[in-house]
Write a new protein. Structure first.
Length: 388
């Protein structure tokens, strides 16, 4: 059952990304990208509209009167966000206030403030600290899930270790082999949990009924869990990469899309040649010994092209499907990335989609680099002077 929880986690991450395209982008929306530094909304500052940020460190000390979309190494929300939060980072902390839903993915996620809506999180360690409040549900998956605050509604989480020291106002549905209930009552409603062994809880820790579903453990389940965790990690990484590319190089994406439309044959040919011809050429260089450094450099370049192929292919797809409806480049690329992520999760279809992505994506990049700029044409015309 744990693998189903993890699969649900992957689906919810994609769903959260799709939800990002739902709101209409207002004229006040602000896009900030600082790949090497800090993006900050200072204390006392107020931004009206959606706020998009990408950088190494993102700090929100002020007020966002709209939604917050961000990607970086660290994200800290000390101020107030009056809309939703959709962020991905290595470390995410929310000591401030979010009026609506929070959807985040990161290695370490800590909420010590107030969330008015639903809190959805996927990561290694997820903590709802003492004093934190969630007005809606709590969903997600993590290696360690700690709930020391209060949740107004239901809980649906999975992980290796789950500890509830706070209060769940509704019912709980969990998948774990280690569930600790240390408060009275920890769960006011019913508890249903999946695991390999039945666990004992103190009287009064669960207000309603307790149901246990025994799950047999075997190597195939462990393998499936590893694969699902890997897919979840790749999905989040690709989504973050797509957002950063859209924020850093929006004009380059649009120019590349135009070239793909006009030169689709050349794009496919270039993608096939680079993906299949370049590795052979690099190996031949490496065999000679003298060309080893150059061969390694070619493999490194191919790796970078394949990583960038996903966001470019995502933009091509979304631009073709939604270009007449959505005019915001970040929302376009997030929508395309979500569609590709869903397709890559479907067996058999994912193989075809993968080859299409690396072919069109890499081909589009190569064609844009070689045909993206036209050489200026200069001509010298004789000048005439009027003589009296």
């Amino acid at each position: 059952m744990k693998k189903h929880i993890l699969a649900l986690g992957a689906a919810l991450v994609v769903f959260g990304a799709v939800v990002a395209i739902m709101p209409q982008v207002r004229a006040e929306s602000k896009f900030i990208a600082n790949e090497d530094g800090t993006v900050m909304l200072a204390k006392g500052q107020t931004h009206n509209g959606s706020y998009y940020a990408a950088g190494q460190d993102i700090v929100i000390d002020g007020t966002v009167k709209g939604d917050l979309y961000c990607a970086g190494q660290t994200v800290q929300i000390n101020g107030t966000v009056e809309g939703d939060v959709l962020c991905a980072a290595q470390t995410i902390t929310v000591p401030g206030t979010v009026a609506q839903d929070v959807r985040v993915a990161g290695q370490f996620v800590t909420v010590s403030g107030d969330v008015g809506g639903t809190f959805t999180s996927f990561g290694q360690d997820v903590t709802l600290a003492s004093g934190a409040t969630v007005g809606g549900d709590v969903n997600g998956a993590a290696q360690a899930f700690m709930i020391d605050g209060s949740v107004a509604r239901d809980l649906a989480v999975g992980g290796d270790s789950i500890k509830i020291a706070g209060v769940i106002g509704g019912s709980a549905r969990v998948a774990t082999d280690s569930l600790q209930l240390s408060s009275q009552p920890a769960i006011k409603g019913n508890l249903e949990y999946d695991g390999s062994n039945r666990q004992q809880f103190s009287d009064g820790s669960v207000g309603g009924d307790v149901k246990f579903n025994q799950v047999a453990t075997n190597n195939s389940d462990d393998t499936a869990s590893v694969l699902l965790n890997l897919f979840l990690f790749i999905a989040v990484a690709m989504m973050v990469t797509a957002i950063v590319v859209a924020l850093v190089a929006p004009r380059y994406l649009e120019r590349s899309f135009g070239l793909v439309q006009r030169k689709i044959g050349l794009v496919i040919l270039s993608g096939v040649a680079v993906n299949f011809g370049l590795p052979i050429f690099a190996l031949l260089l490496m065999v000679t010994g003298v060309g080893l450094p150059l061969g390694l450099m070619l493999f490194a370049a191919l790796f970078v092209l394949n990583v960038l192929a996903f966001p470019f292919a995502a933009y091509y797809l979304s631009r073709a499907l939604f270009g007449q409806v959505i005019h915001n480049i970040v929302l376009l690329i997030v929508a395309g990335a979500a569609l590709l992520t869903i397709a890559l999760a479907i067996p058999l279809l994912n193989i075809l989609v993968y080859f299409v992505v690396i072919t069109i994506g890499v081909g589009g990049l190569v064609v844009t680099m070689t045909h993206g700029y036209r050489k200026p044409q200069y001509s010298i015309e004789p000048t005439t002077t009027n003589r009296k």
